[in-house]
Design a protein around this ligand. Structure first.
Ligand code: TXA
Ligand code: MG
Length: 355
């Protein structure tokens, strides 16, 4: 049965305001009683429950329709909480905490027994992250709990970067949605496994490999091609599922900007009357040249931060009932967060064309 989902609008309220305090206390109370609350982080919106309460965490899986073997990231607000949940924490992990927390970096560490199986998907490790968002941190502190939170979308859909996205996916399924306005980053945190002598990046994100290596030396890459069966690299259980996909089929065109633009123009011509069923997710460069009824730009191709900020929202807004195909201009830079953007579009794509 559908439940009543309350929306707390907090995007324009200052932390000094008593309303801010009241809403956080109310949401924290719901977390404390085993409820489920969607809240903003700096990366994407999360769907949170008390990480140590099995029944509460199960509600997250039910609301999202998420496979139960896909573990959750546990959000904390202090290093002390990290030490309560993880053991054998290596020195390199502490270095990364000092460099990047609060921020978009998730550390995989050996778990302590108090972390229930439902939260870790039965693994002997736990994913921990301290989000860089005043609402998220206030909620964690006020509840006095570590908060398990996957992205607040229906399983398989693009991650939510605004409260409106969460409302359209999860309204009627959860207790509270906190509207903190649009997120800052737009793609999820970098996930790095710290349990091995050479740490392994399991998911690229806002924190780049160069930034990680500046802090702790060599790290290896456990996503992308090296994710293929038969490798010995550990994998995130989540990586085997379809992800980030709108209902329409995503076709990704990769190559140099001019070649990609030409390819998209050729494809449009080939669609003939069926053109009306095609939407384009472009860069500023291709947007200048390609005329089409349904098109959006993610931003400048040499500014991966802009592309990251607009990717998921762009996929969602073009995914209307009459859209069968979304063609994405993949000519943007892979520098910095560009690697993560490319990773997400690859996962969302039905087909990939190299030109
Ligand atoms: O930015 C983010 O990380 C957002 C915000 C809400 O914090 N959260 C997020 O959670 O993206 P989710 O559940 O959508 O993705 C978590 C990823 C999954 O790929 C999952 O398999 C992996 O982290 N993961 C979680 N625990 C793990 C573990 N113990 N070992 C390996 N991978 C793990
Ligand atoms: Mg997710």
């Amino acid at each position: 049965m559908a439940k009543r989902t309350r929306i707390f609008k907090m995007d324009t309220i200052g932390t000094d305001d008593s309303t801010f305090h009241d809403m956080i206390m109310e949401a924290a109370g719901v977390i404390g009683h085993g409820g489920v609350v969607a809240f903003p982080t700096e990366t994407v919106y999360g769907l949170g429950a008390n990480a140590l309460d099995t029944t509460a965490v199960q509600k997250i899986f039910e609301a999202k329709g998420r496979p139960v073997d896909n573990p959750l990231i546990v959000h904390i607000a202090s290093k002390q909480q990290c030490i309560e949940l993880a053991e054998n924490i290596p020195e390199k992990a502490f270095i990364l905490m000092d460099m990047f927390w609060p921020g978009p970096l998730t550390l995989i560490l050996k778990r302590k027994d108090i972390v229930p199986d439902v939260t870790t998907g039965g693994l002997d490790t736990v994913a921990l992250r301290m989000p860089d968002n005043r609402i998220a941190l206030s909620l964690i502190r006020a509840s006095g709990k570590a908060i398990a939170a996957p992205s607040a979308n229906l399983s398989g859909k693009p991650s939510p970067t605004t409260a409106q996205h969460v409302i359209s996916d999860l309204s009627g399924r959860i207790d509270i949605i906190i509207d903190g306005g649009p997120v800052r980053v737009g793609v999820e945190s970098t996930v790095i496994d710290m349990t091995l002598p050479i740490p392994v990046i399991l998911r690229p994100g806002k924190v780049s490999i160069e930034e990680l290596e500046a802090g702790i030396g060599h790290v290896s890459i456990g996503y992308g091609d090296k994710e293929l069966p038969g490798t010995t690299v550990p994998r995130s259980p989540g990586m085997k599922y379809t992800h980030y996909s709108p209902n329409a089929r995503v076709v990704l065109i990769e190559g140099e900007a001019m070649d990609v633009t030409r390819k998209i123009q050729d494809m449009l011509a080939g669609y003939g009357h069926a053109k009306v069923e095609v939407a384009l997710l472009l860069t500023d460069g291709s947007m200048d040249v390609i005329d089409h009824q349904k098109r959006l730009s993610m931003g400048s191709g040499d500014r991966p931060d802009e592309i990251a900020f607009n990717l998921f929202a762009g996929l969602r807004s073009l995914d209307t009932e009459d859209t069968k195909t979304i063609i994405v201009d993949g000519s943007f830079s892979r520098k910095g967060v560009g690697t993560a953007v490319s990773n997400r579009i690859h996962k969302a794509a039905y087909s990939i064309i190299n030109v």
